[in-house]
Design a protein around this ligand. Structure first.
Ligand code: GUN
Length: 284
């Protein structure tokens, strides 16, 4: 048996087209959704992510502002920039690319962003809203993973979903979104004893550990839906996920490739959150 490959690129295109319709409706009423992305310093991976976020906005005809600040920017200066964008009516979504340089307190930064413009969903108010079932913005990577499952026709209700990884950006919000969709959820970490015992019981397995190929085919339940959030560069320069795709695809029912699985969805959901924020601001 060979798994159905979930084509993240194709699904991302489809979802972007849906949100473009909503953005165009807003624009016809005189409101152009706007996203501001702040990057501090020169981290090469972060620069690529930020450039792609701005590019995605342009493709959908959204307004975007790319604010690149030097690595030695003070915390006070960054907070002042955030404050100005919080008040700027052209901006409906605002994010600071993480990680920020060590002399800046990232919690302070996340707390400073207006929760109504927090399209990453990282502000404690929005984290709490997700946890209590009153979601305002779902964090983009888990939200995109959820949409991949839904668009692939994987049923979630009543199923056992296992999330490996407990980061604030992926693992924890992923678990909450699955719970919200009536899955029975187990969260595992790198310290979980007999990890395979848990993963083998998963109807839906989401892996976000940052450990290349750590989940192998023998750890997967036959027919399971496997979402691989990892993106790791191997010594030979190739990208791989946290799941060993070759062995996993022989066992799983559905699987996301790396690249071309979750990756394209993250930025798509950022655009979606920005359009949704603009709709709310316009009183829709
Ligand atoms: N760094 C890695 N992923 C993300 C993300 O989704 N948002 C922000 N702001 N920074 C990140």
């Amino acid at each position: 048996m060979s798994a159905r490959i979930i084509d993240g690129k194709a699904i991302a295109q489809e979802v972007r087209a849906e949100w473009k319709v909503r953005a165009d409706i807003l624009k016809s009423k005189g409101v152009t959704p706007g996203l501001a992305v702040i990057i501090v310093g020169e981290d090469p991976a972060s620069k690529v992510y930020v450039a792609n976020k701005v590019k995605a906005c342009a493709e959908l005809g959204l307004h975007s502002e790319h604010i690149a600040l030097p690595a030695d920017t003070s915390e006070a200066e960054l907070l002042a920039r955030i404050d100005a964008l919080n008040k700027d009516p052209k901006i409906h979504g605002l994010l600071v690319q993480l990680p920020v340089p060590k002399h800046i307190d990232s919690d302070k930064v996340l707390n400073a962003i207006n929760p109504e413009k927090d399209v990453d969903g990282f502000h404690p108010i929005n984290v709490g809203a997700l946890a209590t079932g009153n979601m305002r913005f779902a964090p983009c990577t888990p939200y995109g993973s959820l949409v991949l499952l839904q668009k692939s026709g994987v049923s979630i209700e009543g199923k056992h979903a296992v999330v490996v990884g407990r980061s604030n950006i992926v693992g924890k919000p992923m678990a909450l979104l699955l719970l919200q969709n009536n899955a029975t959820v187990t969260i595992c970490t790198s310290r979980t004893q007999d990890l395979a015992k848990h993963t083998r019981d998963a109807d839906i397995l989401v892996v976000a550990t940052g450990k290349p190929k750590m989940i192998t085919g023998d750890m997967i339940k036959p027919g399971a839906a496997v979402i691989d959030v990892g993106i790791n560069r191997m010594a030979d320069g190739k990208l791989c996920g946290d799941v060993d795709f070759e062995s996993a695809k022989e066992v799983a029912g559905y699987i996301t490739p790396v690249p071309g699985g979750v990756g394209p969805m993250t930025i798509t959901m950022l655009v979606a959150n920005t359009v949704q924020s603009a709709e709310r601001a316009a009183g829709k």
